[in-house]
Design a protein around this ligand. Structure first.
Ligand SMILES: CC(=O)SCCNC(=O)CCNC(=O)[C@H](O)C(C)(C)COP(=O)(O)OP(=O)(O)OC[C@H]1O[C@@H](n2cnc3c(N)ncnc32)[C@H](O)[C@@H]1OP(=O)(O)O
Ligand SMILES: CC(C)C(=O)C(=O)O
Length: 596
């Protein structure tokens, strides 16, 4: 039992000082044998997109004909089969839009347009007028049934409200009969259903259905909206299950829901309501709509998709869908919007980046074993519930680097954008350099900026030693490599000869003869750069000297030259003197050339 307080008690006692006493606890539904919690969502509901009506009525600037047309075409293209196109009795634009769709034959045969009307005779007549000549339409009657609205808006008793619904439906039947060439389906909404006593919602829905007289082959849509979301989603699900189980003509009805998002749980409410018996969902793309919006059809559809259930809607180019919706609504899609937001496939933080990188690598291995492209193996990348490519996004933004990032972030970007597969200890070393930059600026580093830092650190480490030319000897009997080369040592040309294990070992030996002693090779790795330009090689060398170690990197069209450059770079980075990394670092620039 919830503890209620009188106002004076409340103001005295509550730590927050908020006037909590002004709000009532929403009553639970008594339904002890509820069945919905044990069910699973395993099929798509029927979708009805109501952007052109409910979404439109919530816009500061409602859509003009051109925008309505663009959004309608988009929704048809995505596969919506029911589209509420307007409130034709409300405005000339809405009336004209319905006429345009009908007169210009813009509605495909398998799509039904839906129009809404209030329970007012002249507006019902005007609505039917807008539909003259339509092939197929849903005529949608609504009026509020809630306790609050009965009292403060209509000043009517329950019986009077039920009579209003019955009279309006009788008129709707008569006008539909006058349109015998059109297929008219009826939808009834006891608006503010979630503020209506359940027994009254049941009574009025039964009354309307018996006037319209639907059958199993000509079903009426009964739409039970959370006009205002007032409770936790489980309570809405209980309400839907109650109606689902108790409606007299259940088999003649399509049970529809229309959740709003006042508490931020519309998607959950819709999903639970479907478990509870709802078969159809009305909502808007990206959750536009009154106040905090209608339920978001994109999130609902992609929630199904990411469970392996076909939503029957095409979201494969979500960026274009978002761009059209943003244009038509003149409202932005939030950067954190599920699936569609600019930032929702991006990891900034180190441990997430590490997991994403490993996830991609694991997918690549699985694909290689299966002999398939990565796009054809099951998706399993930590922190990414969906493959961005499945909805038309690329992998460019999957990882972005700032001060919260670790070694994996920069390593992933160098690999994905520049095809460099850095050995793990080099990733760790380079991450330290990147961290210095991000800590110093507090800003994100773009992939180009990361490349600039990498180049400066590793690829331009060409002083005091610079490789001028070289000749590699064929392997001798002991398997070692011989090398003759010319280097510039602090500006002075020097010829070197060396022999050792591989090209790096031979060069280190040559350096000993030039007096540069004590350098040891700790690690050597090399790979081809798998870019369109497949003729280059990257070499990575870890060199140690007097207890210090560092890395050198070389890139060249010749693998031996790449290895030699890497050794030279590593030695330079360990030597005192004007090595590239010890020269005052030039300021980083952003893409526009502005200094960071
Ligand atoms: C939850 C929803 O989304 S419901 C859909 C709401 N959408 C809209 O309102 C958008 C379009 N609406 C409009 O353009 C206008 O409200 C119109 C054209 C429908 C009516 O305009 P007006 O005649 O000026 O009425 P207004 O909007 O001021 O007030 C509503 C009146 O209709 C009554 N009313 C409201 N809803 C309904 C309804 N569904 N059925 C019958 N009467 C209703 C109210 O009680 C009020 O009556 P009153 O004037 O006797 O007090
Ligand atoms: C008229 C109904 C369907 C509605 O828009 C609502 O309840 O929010």
């Amino acid at each position: 039992m919830a503890v209620r307080h009188t106002p004076s008690d409340q103001l005295r006692q509550l730590p927050s000082g908020m006037p909590t006493w002004r709000y009532d606890l929403y009553p639970p539904v008594v339904l002890p044998d509820r069945a919905w919690p044990g069910r699973t969502l395993d099929r798509a509901p029927m979708w009805c997109a109501v952007d052109l009506r409910d979404g439109n009525q919530a816009l500061p600037v409602p859509m003009d004909l051109d925008r309505k047309r663009q959004l309608f075409d988009l929704q048809v293209g995505m596969g919506f089969k029911e589209i509420e196109v307007g409130f034709p009795a409300a405005s000339k634009t809405d009336f004209d839009f319905v006429r345009l769709l009908i007169e210009e034959d813009l509605v495909p045969d398998d799509v039904a347009i839906q129009v809404i009307m209030p329970a007012r005779e002249e507006l019902i007549r005007r609505t039917y007028e807008s539909l003259r000549g339509v092939r197929r339409a849903v005529v949608h009657l609504y009026h509020s049934t809630s306790c609050l609205q009965r009292e403060v808006v209509f000043g009517m008793t329950r019986d009077q409200v039920r009579d209003l619904a019955v009279r309006s439906t009788e008129l709707a039947v008569k006008l539909a009969l006058d349109m015998s060439d059109s297929c008219i389906q009826y939808e009834y909404t006891p608006e503010s259903f979630t503020g209506t006593e359940l027994d009254f919602a049941l009574e009025i829905s039964n009354a309307v259905a018996s006037v319209w007289g639907p059958g199993p082959d000509a079903k009426m849509i009964l739409n039970l909206p959370a006009t205002v979301e007032m409770s936790t989603p489980n309570v809405y699900a209980d309400q839907i299950e109650f109606l689902h189980r108790n409606l007299e003509r259940r088999k003649d009805l399509v049970l529809s829901i229309h959740p709003h998002n006042d508490r931020g749980t519309a998607v959950a409410a819709a999903e639970l309501a479907c478990l509870a018996g709802a078969e159809r969902i009305e909502g808007c793309l990206f959750g536009n709509g009154e106040r905090t919006g209608n339920v978001d059809l994109v999130t609902l559809g992609l929630n199904l998709f990411t469970q392996g259930v076909d939503a029957m809607i095409d979201f494969s180019d979500l960026g274009s869908v978002a761009a059209t919706v943003e244009h038509c609504n003149r409202l932005p899609v939030h950067p954190r919007h599920p699936y569609a937001g600019e930032l929702v496939h991006t990891a900034f933080s180190g441990s997430h980046q590490d997991a994403v990188k490993k996830g991609f690598e694991s997918m690549e291995r699985q694909a290689a074993v299966a002999g398939k492209p990565v796009s054809e193996v099951p998706w399993a990348v930590p922190y990414l519930p969906i493959d961005p490519r499945d909805i038309g996004r690329d992998y460019e933004a999957v990882i972005r680097v700032n001060s919260q990032s670790g070694k994996a972030g920069a390593a992933y970007l160098l690999r994905s954008e520049y095809h460099l597969d850095l050995p793990r200890p080099l990733q760790i070393e380079f991450a330290g350099t990147i961290q210095q930059h991000t800590d110093a600026t507090g800003e994100e580093l773009s992939v180009q900026q990361i490349w600039t830092v990498f180049e400066r650190e590793y690829l331009r480490a060409d002083a005091p030693i610079e490789l001028l030319d070289h000749r590699i000897g064929t392997a001798d009997g002991d398997g070692s490599t011989s090398l003759e080369c010319t280097v510039s040592l602090s500006g002075e040309p020097r010829s070197l000869r060396g022999r050792g294990e591989g090209t790096p070992g031979a060069l280190l030996d040559g350096l000993v003869h030039a007096g540069l002693t004590g350098y040891e090779l700790r690690h050597f790795a090399q790979h081809a750069l798998t870019s369109v330009d497949g003729s280059r090689f990257a070499a990575y060398v870890q060199v140690a000297h007097q207890g210090r170690t560092t890395w050198g990197v070389g890139i060249d069209t010749d693998p031996d030259t790449a290895a030699l450059r890497a050794v030279v770079g590593g030695v330079n980075r360990l030597r005192p003197g004007p090595a590239a990394r010890q020269v005052a670092a030039p300021a980083l620039q952003d893409a526009s050339g502005a200094a960071l």
